[in-house]
Design a protein around this ligand. Sequence first.
Ligand SMILES: Nc1ncnc2c1ncn2[C@@H]1O[C@H](COP(=O)(O)OP(=O)(O)O)[C@@H](O)[C@H]1O
Ligand SMILES: [Mg+2]
Length: 478
Amino acid sequence: MGPIGAGQGKRRPDKLDVQARVKYQRQQLVEHRNKQLAVNPDPVRKLSLSSSGDSGYNSPQTPSPNLSRFESVKALPSAVEYEYPAPPIDIESSSLDTEHPLYCTDSVELIPLLDANGQDTGLLLKTLPESLEAKGKEGKKAWALKSLENEAYAFKHIPSSEKLVQCFGMHTINERRGILLEKIQGSTLEDKFKELRVLHQEKVINSIQFRTATQRLLCQAAECMKVVHDAGFMHADFRPHNLMYDTQKKHLRLIDLGTTTHVGEKARPGHEWFVDPAAVSFKVNDRRRYMSTPPAGREELNKFSERELEELPRGAMTEPKVDIYGLGQMAYMQGLSDGEDPEIFTLGANISGIRANTELAIQRQFSSLPVRYQKFPVLPLHLDRKMFPKHELAKAVRQTDTAKKIGRDYIQFVNATLAPLRDNRSTIDEVLALPYMQMSLFQSNLADQVLNTSTDKYRTIEQERIRKETLKWNSPRT
Ligand SMILES: Nc1ncnc2c1ncn2[C@@H]1O[C@H](COP(=O)(O)OP(=O)(O)O)[C@@H](O)[C@H]1O
Ligand SMILES: [Mg+2]
């Protein structure tokens, strides 16, 4: 197999040449560092900058002609480090409620913590499931642990915020090591979106209520994203499963920093529906996934070698714009899906139906990106029928009509966030300045009212559905 990104014949539309990439990367780092210092000139906690500060690389205004590619990478500034807050309970006397895990997969388990009296503490331990202790699972266990350590690192380098789940660091409880997290009361954005779609479909809420509530959630999701981007990180798995609607604080909170990387580090793209196509393309070829065990250090795993810097596609880079695509995807699916199940859009195609090899399908489509997706917006206000092949036209017309009903601000938002090419996509600050992100007090109140009552209304509908189903099955057949 040739080097990653090579051998495709055609040049990737989203690929920068080496010099441009290094320049871009350096520019991003300078921007983030300046932003961080402006927001927090004297971080309360340790500032783990090298003593030379920014001098390791030059500002984009004064590029040094002698600066080699490799030097710029070695001189990457590390992220600002914060202390974890002390856990609000005595860890020594607490125990894990292993009988009632909140969530369990083959690589992670979330277990509630009980105090000395067996009472719920409102905390969770995100740890490895016991199934990973089995023989032959050593490699998988090492990877799962790496992901937890990566998450702990990200939490340590992003300042605490109401928009992010609170993390209390790595702890060992009942001999199980994991990340101690606050337990958020509420449901995921995935569930919240579904509730709203069903309530709208059943005409329990009207279109204005549905759209305003959706808009409010998207505004809050963008605000959550800003916290991560301002610290110089990208989340890399920014999707509705990883945002929770906190019913006590009455707003969204971001969770799951398992894939989060700092600018300058190699990306670890999350779910292919929500990371951008360039990141998916990298994910398909990412050689790390073929390693049976990860390298010991986090740095080793995420840094670029000199060769990789030249060969890897732009999708390998940590660029916060990857998350912006996820936000656009959320806006698109929630705005334009007809029924209970959302439609997922990638490069003009509805990919929700593809069950296997989705990543590969996206990569193929991206490497031969049709001109209409390079040159035209995702939701063109004025549809040129010649732009679309026959089989896509009817759908495109329908989508455009629906989008127009939602409004021009929405169309502008989708076009700014869901652009397949990174250069055409907005940054978080640009996104937050868009008209769609500006809601009046009246709109916000209306949205909050819908969001605070939607779960109960949805439950009533579900119960009614179950009652009808039961009646149907129990009624004597004629
Ligand atoms: N702090 C939390 N409070 C409440 N529920 C949580 C919390 N963290 C995660 N969850 C729930 O557990 C699920 C999986 O957690 P997550 O951290 O996303 O793990 P994974 O890395 O496997 O995706 C989430 O989708 C959410 O439903
Ligand atoms: Mg998750």
